[in-house]
Write a protein that binds this ligand. Structure first.
Ligand SMILES: [Zn+2]
Length: 395
């Protein structure tokens, strides 16, 4: 009995594979963006491989229709409308109790601190919209991380690996696709209520084929080692297309890297600051930053979110005090009867703050309440120039 309790995951199994480095896999950090059909397959495979630290992010709840292709969901989860990321994390821990799996219910930009991207060995995209891919690509390029994108439709699936310096999602977009994304992010002061992405017809087989290939690519990236070249090729700069109808698999060159692309902005030389955390109020955080950087005044630039205090409807002209990060605005409008009804027939304009300094009028709010997630990296402007400072106290 004691022996059963003391075992190392993968011993005598993965250790038979010449390329498999157990300590690397155990120490690896993988961020999984999306906990739908692909996310289920991906997290299941990562857990089976014994990947030590998995973070899974999704804002959505489980519906009955998800059950047909999501191996980790159960009927009861749909009845309870449980959060996808939380259920995926819990089931992964049941599969492999020796790993750590953390769930984040929220959005890639505004609820996942940049420190999580910085610390990831690889990021896996299990997303269903271009806008989400566009956002994830920006974050991964900023952090200098490779990300493995998967998409499925009907009996077809595609895997692409985007690597800084080799290929970038934004560079590969056609003008039409780019305009479509801009329509969704669009004009800064007009409120856009998000239309939900159309449901795509897929099968559990497409999800398991593509999710499996994504994890295989991620395992290769975890094993990449400059001094000791590994015996495999990754899909970096290529795409793999699986056609279930004809049962064919092809790889194509798919590298696009334009020198002028704004997504390639790197946030390196991040200062880790254990005194900072998202639970501080703005004046507290500004004080720590001034000390840390040795300056008289600082300004925090909100790059991923804005803080909205008031929105104003066009017809009738009326002000609503909302006091939320922009990422929560849609939720707040839909949750209020009057605002929801107005949103069907008129536009809202918003009054927002994107730079936070000593003049900010709501000093009692914490960074979290302002839309800055735990372990995020702040972009700070000072008289000495610009700095990137991490809320390392949240670790
Ligand atoms: Zn690019």
């Amino acid at each position: 009995m004691a022996d059963e309790l003391k075992y190392e995951w993968g011993d005598g199994v993965y250790t038979l594979l010449s390329w498999f480095k157990q300590d690397r896999v155990k120490n690896a950090r993988v961020l999984v963006a999306g906990a739908g059909a692909l996310g289920n397959e991906v997290v299941k495979n990562l857990a089976l491989f014994g990947v030590g630290h998995i973070t899974v992010v999704d804002f959505d709840r489980i519906e009955v229709s998800n059950l047909t292709r999501s191996v980790l969901f159960r009927e009861q989860d749909a009845f309870e409308h449980a959060f996808k990321s939380e259920v995926v994390a819990q089931r992964a821990r049941e599969i492999n109790p020796q790993i750590q799996v953390e769930a984040i219910v929220g959005d890639l930009f505004s609820d996942v601190g940049f420190g999580i991207y910085r610390r990831a060995d690889v990021v896996i995209g299990c997303l269903d919209s271009r806008l989400a891919r566009y956002q994830l690509n920006r974050l991964c390029m900023r952090a200098g991380k490779i990300w493995v994108d998967g998409s499925i439709e009907n009996l077809t699936g595609v895997v692409r690996v985007y690597a800084p310096g080799v290929s970038c999602y934004e560079c590969g977009l056609s003008r039409e696709e780019f305009n479509h994304i801009m329509l969704r992010t669009g004009c800064a002061d007009v409120v856009r209520t998000q239309t939900s992405a159309g449901r795509v017809a897929t099968t559990p087989v497409s999800a398991s084929v593509i999710g499996a290939i994504q994890v295989q690519e991620a395992m290769k990236i975890i094993h990449q080692n400059e001094e000791q070249p590994a015996p495999f090729k990754t899909l970096a700069g290529k795409m793999l297309r699986y056609e279930g109808m004809s049962c064919s698999v092809n790889t194509y060159n798919f590298s696009s890297w334009k020198q002028t692309c704004p997504a390639h902005e790197r946030w390196d030389s991040v200062r880790e600051c254990p005194k900072l955390s998202a639970s501080l109020t703005l004046p507290q955080a500004l004080d720590v930053l001034k000390q840390e950087l040795g300056v008289e005044a600082v300004e925090i630039n909100m790059r991923n979110n804005k803080f909205v205090d008031v929105i104003i409807s066009d017809r009738p002209e009326k002000e609503f005090r909302v006091m939320v990060p922009e990422s929560r605005l849609d939720e707040v409008i839909k949750g209020d009867r009057e605002m929801r009804q107005l949103s069907y027939r008129t536009l809202f304009h918003k009054h927002f703050f994107e730079n936070l300094d000593a003049d900010f009028p709501y000093p009692d709010l914490t960074l979290r309440q302002l839309g800055i997630p735990p372990l995020d990296v702040l972009q700070v402007t000072t008289s000495k120039g610009q700095f990137f400072v991490e809320l390392t106290g949240d670790l």
